[in-house]
Design a protein around this ligand. Structure first.
Ligand SMILES: Cc1cc2nc3c(=O)[nH]c(=O)nc-3n(C[C@H](O)[C@H](O)[C@H](O)COP(=O)(O)O)c2cc1C
Length: 169
């Protein structure tokens, strides 16, 4: 935690949409001895139930799905573009087949026993899981369904209350 400072959660926003689009996200769940992470390029952020909220979209086929189901917290780490290769690996290999906890170039940091984030991140959101739902086939617009869900692996949406925002000092 030495290289990070806690910021007011509501101050999180800086160039958010562009950042997600360009540099993606890393979603991590578990504890320092047993965690898994996956790359995502989708995420939505806003206010619900008067709380600052992050939504992430995870298909049941992901190993991370098992972790997010069994953990109450998750983190969202933002990196600069120099981590794109690392995020590509974490977004193309599964923790079922690859030792993600020992990937070169990322050092995990325990977050108050709740979850894990990475020393190399430039910004991190710590999220408490407060709601989830499975996307319903009948509610999805046909073109989107044909583009993204031919295999029926519908995302589940996990709503995290953003309880902390960490910024690299
Ligand atoms: C740029 C990028 C964005 C991705 N976005 C998502 C996403 O939003 N949701 C998802 O379920 N998978 C997404 N993936 C795929 C997972 O990251 C990938 O399947 C990963 O290997 C899952 O790892 P796991 O099995 O260890 O959880 C994305 C992959 C890449 C490269």
């Amino acid at each position: 935690m030495d290289n990070f400072e806690k910021k007011e959660v509501l101050s999180f926003s800086s160039n958010l949409l562009n950042n997600i689009l360009q540099n993606w996200l890393l979603i991590t769940c578990g504890n320092i001895n047993d965690y898994n992470m996956m790359t995502a390029s989708w995420g939505t952020f806003g206010i619900l139930w008067n709380k600052p909220i992050a939504q992430v979209f995870i298909r049941p086929s992901r190993y991370t799905f098992e972790y997010i189901l069994k953990n109450d917290y998750f983190s969202i780490s933002f990196f600069d573009s120099s981590y794109k290769d690392t995020l590509n690996i974490l977004g193309s290999k599964s923790g079922r087949d690859f030792d993600k906890m020992n990937i070169e170039g990322l050092k995990a940091i325990d977050y108050e026993g709740k979850t894990v984030f990475f020393e190399q991140a430039k910004q991190v959101l710590i999220c408490k899981k407060i709601y989830s739902l499975k996307m319903q086939s009948e509610n999805i617009e046909t073109d989107i369904k044909n583009n993204f869900y031919k295999n029926g692996d519908y995302h589940h949406i996990f709503y995290g209350e953003i309880i902390d925002f960490l910024k690299k000092i």
